[in-house]
Design a binder for this molecule. Structure first.
Ligand SMILES: NC(=O)c1ccc[n+]([C@@H]2O[C@H](COP(=O)([O-])OP(=O)(O)OC[C@H]3O[C@@H](n4cnc5c(N)ncnc54)[C@H](OP(=O)(O)O)[C@@H]3O)[C@@H](O)[C@H]2O)c1
Length: 330
């Protein structure tokens, strides 16, 4: 089968698109014909070596997939050949990546694709949708009527947070780096969308929510607590989930005297059961057309190196080149 893999970490040029041995599914795994995968910033960190990971080479890239079961192992209970499925949280621990024509996935990580939902859409919402759900529901416990702020409303995580927070009944403030992207944020349902390059974001937040923001979701890798803690409400919650090297100052006084809480999490720590609970909600909202994928572009899997270059430029070097996910099709 064809796959996108690396034999060493390094720049996008280390990515090889070529032949790799087809996986042999174990009894509790399904063999899946992959229809679509997507790129996540974590792929860039791992491929480049920015985040040291235990890799065995050749290492197939990718975390998520959507496709069709072509063979179900003898101990698989929930799926059969012909079922359309999606998965996230692969390419981690002993699970191979997903950037290949065929993938073997333990059924505990598989979710059905609702009828009428496209492979591209479900895969573009897989890792980022589960992340947004875990952060809002499990960690921050967002309540209807609360005010949520998230940076980067057209980003992978940000676009999911905006939409899921609206579904949960929150009033949503978000930002983007251009007026075109601000319009997209409004289309995604944001009540207040601000251009962080040209507007006074803090003043606009104070006007919109004088008692403060109930949940501040920080997508930036450089959280600035000195700026953001004063913008929190009494009992405000801050979610941090990016920036492995970040060592910001935490102004303790303004934080504890408002009964605030800080929630850090990484989606890959959530168990298969916790991820499945999130996936069930995502599936229902996708089927009801309440949740929409924010896809920037679809490319062939053979162009994985170009896709990595683009994601790296956009997320790490902040070119703003992307407004949503890159989906790749084998
Ligand atoms: N902890 C976890 O489980 C988890 C899961 C998924 C992702 N992550 C991490 O979360 C981060 C975001 O991931 P992603 O997939 O959403 O990346 P992404 O699609 O590249 O989005 C990044 C967003 O940041 C915005 N941004 C950049 N500079 C900004 C600034 N100065 N002010 C406000 N917004 C700014 C961008 O807005 P413009 O394009 O409009 O400039 C863009 O929307 C990454 O570091 C990723 O590794 C963590």
């Amino acid at each position: 089968m064809k796959a996108a893999y690396i034999n060493q970490t390094g720049p996008p040029d280390v990515i090889i698109y070529g032949e790799a041995p087809a996986p042999e599914p174990r009894p509790y795994e399904c063999l899946i014909k992959v229809a679509a995968v997507d790129v996540n910033p974590i792929d860039i960190y791992v491929r480049s070596g920015m985040v040291p990971a235990k890799l065995s080479f050749p290492c197939i890239l990718g975390r998520d997939l959507a496709g069709t079961v072509v063979q179900a192992g003898a101990r698989v209970n929930r799926f059969k050949s012909g079922d359309r499925v999606w998965a996230s949280n692969q390419g981690f621990e002993d699970r191979p990546g997903t950037f290949s024509e065929l993938a073997a996935v333990d059924e505990c990580w598989l979710h059905p694709i609702p009828p009428g939902v496209r492979d591209e859409d479900v895969v573009a919402l897989s890792l980022v949708g589960i992340t947004a759900h875990l952060g809002l529901v499990r960690h921050a416990k967002l309540q209807p009527g609360e005010v949520l702020f998230v940076n980067g409303g057209t980003g992978g995580v940000g676009s999911s947070v905006v939409q899921i927070a609206k579904i949960l009944g929150a009033r949503v403030i978000t930002t983007a780096g251009s007026d075109e992207k601000v319009l997209i944020c409004r289309e995604l349902g944001a009540d207040l969308a601000l251009n962080y390059k040209t507007q006074d974001v803090d003043a606009a937040i104070r006007d919109f929510a004088p008692p403060g923001v109930n949940v501040w979701w920080e997508t930036l890798r450089e959280p600035d607590f000195e700026r953001t803690i004063p913008l929190l409400s009494l009992r405000g919650r801050m979610v941090v989930m990016a920036g492995r090297d970040a060592r910001p100052i935490l102004p303790v006084g303004p934080f504890y005297t408002k009964d605030c809480a800080l929630h850090g999490f990484a989606m890959f720590n959530a168990t298969a059961e916790e991820q499945r609970a999130a996936a069930e909600d995502l599936n229902r909202w996708l089927a009801e057309r309440k949740l929409r994928a924010r896809i920037d572009r679809v490319m062939p899997l053979s162009e994985t190196a170009a896709a990595h270059r683009l994601q790296e430029e956009s997320t790490i070097r902040k070119s703003g080149a992307l407004a949503g996910k890159i989906v790749l099709k084998p």
